[in-house]
Design a protein around this ligand. Structure first.
Ligand SMILES: Nc1ncnc2c1ncn2[C@@H]1O[C@H](COP(=O)(O)OP(=O)(O)OP(=O)(O)O)[C@@H](O)[C@H]1O
Ligand SMILES: [Mg+2]
Length: 645
């Protein structure tokens, strides 16, 4: 073990008379290092060589130092050492605890080993001094300056060289001393170092050094650049992060921390708790990382935040348990709707088949069995019929009878595929498409999903929404539905899709092909009366805070409402009128302290004023030559009567 002490000053160089150097010297082998003339060096001498030191100390304190070619722990053989070494004087000696000897020596002169002298105590050799060949002239001056400048530069680039040493370099006048200082301090291997020592010509030494030093400088500056590049890269993100954390701490201290500063932390917690699929979790965390690095004031911040809110609000893994009791399902359907026996029966069959297949395949159906389910249940149910006949409300009933959530999206006027699938996030104000929005409203990933008014879906240059619908309805594809905004797959395969339409001929053919059409015709007067008595009146009373003992409708009154005030296939207008009558009754009940209102046909006329439609029966006069026409309309039918001039 050894280390070099340079004396970056000419004054420290010890000059001795060459004649005072003995011809035979004790030799110290040196691992890993080369001792140079003119330099101080501290070294630890292994215990096996400590007798050399003792003998030298008694004598003139001079030793010869040669380097060992390959490091060894034992006493090296002559062939294992270099022939050229440095005569050195011991300046200082002390014993270390492990019996090794610590020395500070000063290099005096270069020598070559002439012959090894056998001695059983230590290595000993006859030496020949071989002083370097010292040229002078302008070239040496120039080389001297180059080496000095380069060494100075290198010293200042490395952290562990004190400033005095750097300054000292400029005071070195002796080019040989400078060459050895530079050689001792540059990062070169032992062989090169030894070669520098062995080189006879000063000029060659200096030339060699310029090359070595330039190379080293290059390496150092590249290393620096790599480091600073890496730091810059880190700085940009880390700096803003640390600053923001500090700001947060300061604000907290001042009691000024506002809500959204802690947002990323809240979001992190929500991500942990949200039970996300792996893909989504990864996506959410990477977005959160971006958010962490942004200032809450940045425009993009709220975009990323909104996106994360969407991700976290979706029911990725939230399923509701199916109610599988068919009798109960039938009861629910009956409770909600009067009549419609065929339709209800078809729905019950649909549910029964689903249940059976679900039981056969176990609770966790795989994709193929789902496809089977779809096939067996007759694809997607589509209720078709005039307005107000209960298509939408049947969908709600199905959901209720199965114990699932209900959600719907209306396709009326949807012309743009992006409305269904969402816009990519690069658009300003981008949002998920309506399907994902509806799923979010449902709150579970297996709701009953109603596509209302599929017959009104449009098509233009912005793309064909029906093709997106087809994908959604296809059990082979909808387990990996990808909304443009979310950009992660959402599994729609557990959703039950139902559609409604007023007309069939405007539904795009491929779409219609996927659906089983169930037609709901208009109701007859008798049916409407029953629906009113069993459902509409109760519902309207309840929603107006009344009960049956407050207001009673006579059958004739209902009939009058149907005949004279409405003309529709369904019962929507009828329900609305019943609502109107309820409100008028409330006025009566509260202002005139009535206890009970009986709705008679006269009462209806009183409340609703003029009849909207005249009964067709009043048109019984037949005018010769003019026939009465029948028309089919979207609300049922009508009679075309002659208009007499
Ligand atoms: N058979 C029925 N029994 C009880 N209520 C009914 C029946 N048919 C319709 N209704 C009621 O009539 C109202 C209108 O029905 P709904 O909104 O489902 O009509 P729709 O067929 O979807 O019409 P649209 O085509 O205009 O969307 C609802 O309140 C519904 O409960
Ligand atoms: Mg509807």
């Amino acid at each position: 073990m050894s280390s070099l002490h340079s004396h970056p000053d000419d004054k420290a160089i010890i000059k001795v008379d060459q004649n005072s150097i003995p011809e035979v010297l004790p030799i110290i082998p040196l691992n890993d290092q080369v001792a140079f003339p003119t330099l101080n060096m501290s070294l630890a001498v292994a215990s096996h060589s400590s007798s050399v030191i003792e003998s030298a100390m008694k004598d003139n304190r001079m030793i010869g130092i040669v380097s060992v070619k390959e490091k060894t722990e034992t006493v090296p053989l002559p062939g294992q050492m270099y022939d050229t070494g440095t005569v050195a004087r011991i300046l200082y000696m002390t014993r270390a605890t492990d019996n090794a000897v610590l020395l500070v020596v000063h290099g005096l002169e270069r020598f070559r080993i002439a012959r090894w002298i056998p001695d059983n105590r230590f290595l000993k050799a006859a030496i020949i001094l071989s002083p370097e060949h010292i040229e002078d002239g302008i070239e040496i001056d120039a080389l001297h300056r180059s080496v000095r400048d380069l060494t100075q530069e290198l010293f200042s680039m490395s952290l562990n060289v004190p400033n005095e040493a750097i300054d000292g370099l400029s005071r070195i006048k002796d080019p040989l001393h400078l060459a050895y200082v530079a050689a001792a301090h540059s990062e070169i291997d032992l062989e090169k170092r030894q070669a520098l020592l062995e080189e006879d010509s000063l000029r060659n030494k200096l030339n060699e050094l310029v090359e070595i030093l330039l190379r080293e400088k290059e390496i150092l500056s590249i290393g620096k650049k790599i480091k600073s590049d890496a730091r810059n890269e880190m700085d940009k993100s880390q700096r803003s992060y640390y600053l923001r954390q500090q700001l947060k701490a300061i604000k907290k201290e001042l009691g000024e921390l506002d809500e959204n500063e802690s947002e990323p932390d809240d979001l992190r917690q929500r991500i942990e708790e949200a039970n996300l699929t792996d893909e989504v979790r990864k996506q959410a965390l990477s977005e959160l990382e971006r958010l962490d690095e942004m200032s809450p004031q940045a425009a993009e911040y709220s975009m990323v935040k909104t996106y994360l809110d969407w991700l976290l609000d979706l029911p990725w893994n939230h399923t509701s348990e199916d109610q599988t009791d068919i009798e109960m399902a039938r009861n629910v359907l009956d409770e909600d709707h009067f009549g419609l026996q065929d339709v209800k029966e078809r729905i019950v069959e649909y549910l029964a088949v689903r249940n059976l297949l679900a039981i056969r395949d176990g609770i966790h159906q795989n994709v193929t069995s789902r496809a089977k389910t779809e096939a067996a249940t007759g694809v997607i149910l589509c209720f078709a019929g005039p307005p107000g006949v209960g298509k939408t409300s049947l969908g709600q009933s199905i959901a209720r009878s199965m114990g699932r959530e209900f959600t719907r999206m209306s396709l009326g006027g949807v012309r743009d595929e992006a409305e269904i699938r969402g816009h990519r996030r690069t658009y300003i104000g981008a949002m998920p498409g309506r399907i994902i929005q509806a799923i979010k409203r449902a709150g579970t990933r297996n709701p009953v999903f109603m596509f209302d008014e599929v017959d009104k879906v449009g098509m233009d240059w912005r793309g064909d929404p029906s093709s997106a619908l087809l994908e959604v309805l296809d059990p082979a594809q909808n387990s990996t539905f990808r909304d443009h905004y979310l950009d992660v797959d959402f599994d729609l395969s557990d959703v039950i899709f139902i559609a409604t339409a007023n007309q069939l001929d405007t539904i795009p053919a491929p779409l219609r092909d996927r659906m089983e059409i169930i037609t709901l015709d208009g109701y007859t007067e008798l049916e409407k009366i029953q629906i009113a008595k069993r459902h509409l009146i109760q519902r309207q009373l309840a929603s107006h805070g009344l009960n049956e003992s407050d207001v009673t409708f006579m059958d004739d009154a209902i009939r009058k409402l149907i005949g004279d005030y409405t003309r529709e296939a369904g019962v929507r207008q009828l329900e609305r009128l019943i609502g109107a009558i309820c409100r008028k009754s409330i006025v009566k009940l509260t202002t005139k302290t009535w206890e009970h209102v009986m709705i008679t046909p006269e009462q209806v006329a009183d409340y609703l004023k003029k009849e909207k439609f005249e009964s067709e029966l009043s048109e019984t006069i037949e005018v010769p030559g003019i026939s009465t026409g029948l028309a089919v309309t979207s609300v049922g039918g009508d009679i075309l009567l002659e208009n007499l001039p």
